[in-house]
Design a protein around this ligand. Structure first.
Ligand SMILES: [Zn+2]
Ligand SMILES: [Zn+2]
Length: 289
């Protein structure tokens, strides 16, 4: 079928909205009509040409939600009409990582996916017979995509697509950091640096975990208001004094958990220095002398 897609033709250049061909789903694959998609920094990072694993031409996009239009042979976990979220990290439920409670980085299709191919080593996307590679196994900057069924999560049909799409990357990253990686304890003090999608997910995760105080730090008043909506109890403007302020408000010890969601090295340092940990205290005091 002919579809419209935003194609990364050349690194560092704007995406080009153009028509491409999309082949039918093969066994174990699903055709999804996309209804919503977020834009993640990873898309922009790859489009910039800085990403060493990037390739062009390709169709970017991985924070997607859509409706199943057709299924290939043997597909059992999704049916036509289901609303689905597109996962760049699938769940085969069989590989050594899927069976290990410490990780969910499924190995089933990773090798081909990293190269821009579907599991059988080919693409469904093409133009004039030339293959166009899939980005992160998802390629959601398009009207339709074909993906392996293990990379689709079925969500309620009545759920808002533009909200469900966020579970595909940013929201889950933040939620998982708070709920799974950090296992935030009830009653704790948390600081979240950055109120983009990942940071907002971390704020929501801290709230769901029962944190007593959730301080969110950002440079944008508008984003800080979003953080309040997700459960931040305090919103602070970012700046060089944030670490001292956290220490001053936590008896000099630092917060129980800190989350860094800006990607800025200087802010990562602040997140480490404002966290309560013995080694950090020694490091700070030795640095001060
Ligand atoms: Zn992402
Ligand atoms: Zn797996």
């Amino acid at each position: 079928m002919r579809i419209r897609a935003a194609v990364l033709e050349q690194f560092g250049q704007p995406l080009v909205v153009t028509e491409v061909d999309l082949a039918e789903p093969q066994p174990g694959e699903v055709l999804v009509r996309l209804s919503a998609c977020g834009i993640c920094h990873t898309d922009m990072y790859t489009a910039s040409g800085v990403d060493p694993s990037g390739y062009a031409p390709c169709v970017l996009g991985h924070e997607g939600c859509g409706v199943v239009e057709a299924v290939g042979e043997g597909v059992s976990s999704a049916a036509v009409g289901d609303q689905v979220v597109t996962l760049f990290s699938p769940q085969c439920r069989k590989c050594v990582h899927c069976l290990d409670p410490r990780t969910n980085l499924c190995l089933a299709i990773r090798e081909q996916q990293n190269l821009g191919y579907l599991p059988d080593g080919t693409t469904r996307l093409s133009r004039d017979g030339d293959p166009i590679r899939h980005f992160m196994g998802t390629s959601t900057f398009a009207e339709y995509t074909v993906m392996p069924e293990i990379a689709l999560a079925v969500v309620p049909r009545e759920a808002a697509a533009d909200r469900c799409a966020l579970f595909a990357c940013g929201l889950s990253t933040g939620l998982g950091a708070a709920l799974n990686t950090a296992s935030v304890a009830p009653g704790s003090v948390c600081v979240v640096f950055g109120a983009g999608m990942v940071g907002l997910g971390a704020v929501a995760g801290c709230r769901l975990a029962g944190a007593a105080r959730i301080i969110c730090v950002d440079m944008s008043e508008r984003r800080l208001q979003l953080a309040r909506g997700q459960g931040a109890t305090d919103v602070w403007e970012g700046g060089p004094d944030v670490v001292d302020r956290v220490l001053a408000e936590t008896g000099g010890f630092g917060a129980d958990y800190t989350f860094e969601a800006t990607g800025l090295v200087a802010v990562m340092r602040q997140a480490v220095e404002s966290a309560r940990m013995v080694a950090g205290k020694y490091w700070r005091s030795s640095r001060a002398t």
